[in-house]
Every structure is written in C-alpha cells, then in structure tokens.
Design a protein around this ligand. Sequence first.
Ligand SMILES: NC(=O)c1ccc[n+]([C@@H]2O[C@H](COP(=O)([O-])OP(=O)(O)OC[C@H]3O[C@@H](n4cnc5c(N)ncnc54)[C@H](O)[C@@H]3O)[C@@H](O)[C@H]2O)c1
Length: 439
Amino acid sequence: MEKINIQQPEGKLGVLVVGISGAVSSTFIAGTFSVRKQLSRPIGSITQMATIRLGQRNENRFPKIKDVVPLASLDELVFGGWDIHDENLYESSLYAEVLEKDHLAPIKEELEQIRPMTAVFDQNYVKRLHGTHVKSGESKWDMVKQVRQDIRDFKAKNGCDRVVVIWCGSTEVFLPASDIHKDLATFEKAMKENHADIAPSMIYAYAAIAEDVPYINGAPNLTVDFPAMRQHAENHNVPICGKDFKTGQTMLKTVLAPMFKTRMLGLNGWFSTNILGNRDGEVLDDPGSFKTKEESKLSVINTILQPELYPELYKEVYHKVRINYYPPRKDNKEGWDNIDLFGWMGYPMQMKVDFLCRDSILAAPLCLDLVLLTDLAKRCGFSGIQHWLSFYFKSPMHEENQMPEHDLFIQSVKLKNTLRMVINEKPVDFLDETIELFR
Ligand SMILES: NC(=O)c1ccc[n+]([C@@H]2O[C@H](COP(=O)([O-])OP(=O)(O)OC[C@H]3O[C@@H](n4cnc5c(N)ncnc54)[C@H](O)[C@@H]3O)[C@@H](O)[C@H]2O)c1
C-alpha cells in the first residue's frame, strides 16, 4: 500500500456556500458556530462524533475519527457565499424558521457579519425564484471570471489558506448532459456563446475548479457530473463530489432495500410521498425542478435490487415518488413510504414508514462532514470524483462504465476504509474470526 503524504490542515479554511441564505446553509453555519462555542453538540456528524476501529477487533482501538484523521478544526472555518437575497445570515436564519431564536441569540453577532455576494442567477433554471441580488455580465464566461474574482477576494480578505465550495442552492430544472458537456474545449466555447445548456451551478463549479478549489454538489443538478467538468477537475487536481444530499426518505431506502435483497424478499411496489413547506418545497413544486429531484430519488432502488439478476423478485417493482408543497409544515418534512413486499411462497406483506423529520437538521451535519472531507481529499492529492464520499449522496457520481454504490452500510465501509488508508492503517474486512477458522 502506497503511503499517503498529507499536507497538514494549517491555517484557515474558507467555506464558500452557494445559496448561503437558504435553510440548509443557515442551519449548517449557525450550528457550526453554536458547536464552536460549545453551546450545542454536532449530532449527525461522522467527522465530529464517530469512532473508527483500527487494527484487529481484539486490539480494542476505537478512537474518534477527528482525533486520528488530520481534519481542519472547526475554529479554523471561515464562512462566505453567494445568494440572490441580500440579507445577513441572522436574518436568513430567522426566515428559515429552522432554529429557535434562543439558539440563534448567542451567535447573532457572528451571523450578522456574513452577507452574501451577488449571485449568478437566471430564472430560466429555477422558475419559482426571483433574484435581485445578482451579477450581470455579457456572457456566461464573463460570469465565471467574476466568480473566480470573488473567490480570490474572499481568500485574501479573510487570510484563508484553502477554500472549499459547496452548493446548497436550489434545485435547478432538469438538464440532461448534451454534446456541449462532452469535452472541455466545447464546454468552454459554449460558455462564451451563452449556450442554454449551461446552468448557473456549472458557472460556480467551473470557476471553483479553475481556482483549484474542491466542489461539492448538494442538489441533484447536473453541475459537475459530465465528462468536460471531470476533465477540468483532473487538470486542476481538484476533488469533486455529488449529487444531492442523502438525508431522509432516500437514506431510509438505502437501508431498507438492501435488507429486503439480502434476505431475498421480493417487492411489488414502493410508493413514496412527502409534504414539505419550506422554500425548497416551493421550488420543487415547479415540474422542471421536481423532474431533477425525481430522477435522483428514483435511481436508488433499481441499482440496489439488480432486477436483471433477480427477475423473480424485482422485475416489476412499481416505484413512485411524490413531493407536495404544503406550507404549514415549513422545514419539518413528513415522508411516507408504503412498501408492498412478498415472502415465502409469494405471500404478500406490507411495510409503512412515516418519517417526521426536519430537512435542514438532517442536512446540516452532512455539509460539515463534506466540507472537512473534501478539504482532506485535496490535501491528500486526490482528484476527480470522490467515490468514497457516496455515503452522503442520493445519486453518487460515478464514471459511465461503473455502477454507483447506494447501500448505506457498504458506503460507510468505503468511507471509513478510505480514512484508514489516509492515516496509513490497514482497511478492515471484518474477517478476523473467519480467518481464524482457516488457521
Ligand atoms: N434539506 C435536505 O434534506 C436536502 C436533501 C437533499 C438535497 N437538498 C437540496 O439542498 C438545496 C438547499 O435546500 P434548502 O432547503 O436550503 O433550500 P432553500 O430554498 O432554503 O435554499 C436555497 C437557496 O439557494 C438560493 N439560490 C438559488 N439559486 C441560486 C444561485 N444561482 N446562486 C446563489 N444562490 C441561489 C436561494 O435564494 C435560496 O436562498 C436544495 O437544492 C435541496 O433540494 C436538501
């Protein structure tokens, strides 16, 4: 195994959030401030709370990840970002109505100091929003230059040594990869010609990568998931990852579906519906944005069940996903699943799941982990798609000739084994006792 030479996390890490005024972003940043002041605990964050087994099971070595992996400390994070709303982060947090005023009061001052930079925005890509705090420019290429300058200015102003960009912005309308996404030269030419297949999120991503900055895609947007952008990331030796945070209903799917499959239980149908009333719910009420989310949510089951290998169990699974905008619920989403399954001799059964969750409370720790882990990836010299971070995404990015891994527990093993290898420890294969049998 090759030893990895990690650059230590010295100095400040700039965290630039696209869609910084949103519910997920404000909950992520406010929560990090609160944890930093030891007023809250970082529940849900693997980097802050989870342990990692090192060596054989009987060695009893279970340190916390953050104590053995050289991650940036929370005290070294500096936040900034872009949004179409010109309000400080305290105002955005109040608007989002995720965190209570009592939780925001002790961190009000820090939040008030953060104001979004003007956004790259075009309503053709998010129909339900109207942007006022936006950039203007002659071409998409010109916008790239402006975002690159924003990144440099932020870095200089805040004395940051490194920067990571994370998209927590709205879900854009569905945009399949087209000819202009196939190679970098064509993609760059298309930006200069203002081609319609280039969404605002791609402009941020291209600019970040050009500045040697890792890019994380928390929405299901195409953004960095096509050959031209992968080439761009490889050229700059920059890690990229996405798509779409795996938080509530899909997280459950990627636990339940492997369970059915491992036990060879069959499925007839899976009906999933949601009600939510935050701004994300309003954006997803538009059919174009919903289509992007639907594709992401639907992709999971087939890949896990492999109907081509098990036609008698999974050939005709009827899978439906619905999202309904219902303002009274705000950020407190309710996700229902009805699963029609069958067992021994084909006898039918049903399972109902009702998850009364909080969307941004589930997403915030993922943002923190992804920021710290992509920064680690960059310092390790990793570039391109970070498969080991699939754990965090509904539609993990993958090469065309490769199957994505959706099973949450396999993803977790991949994540932890990568961390073990980063610190020059052996990956764990859970075969300790089995190997004994062959001695
Ligand atoms: N909360 C979850 O559990 C979860 C899970 C998976 C994915 N997501 C995705 O995360 C994203 C954020 O969710 P949210 O609930 O915070 O939504 P939100 O509507 O509260 O926030 C999105 C923010 O992005 C801003 N925005 C939109 N286009 C922009 C642009 N071009 N440039 C800069 N800012 C822009 C909006 O003004 C808004 O402030 C959504 O795409 C959502 O689908 C959320």
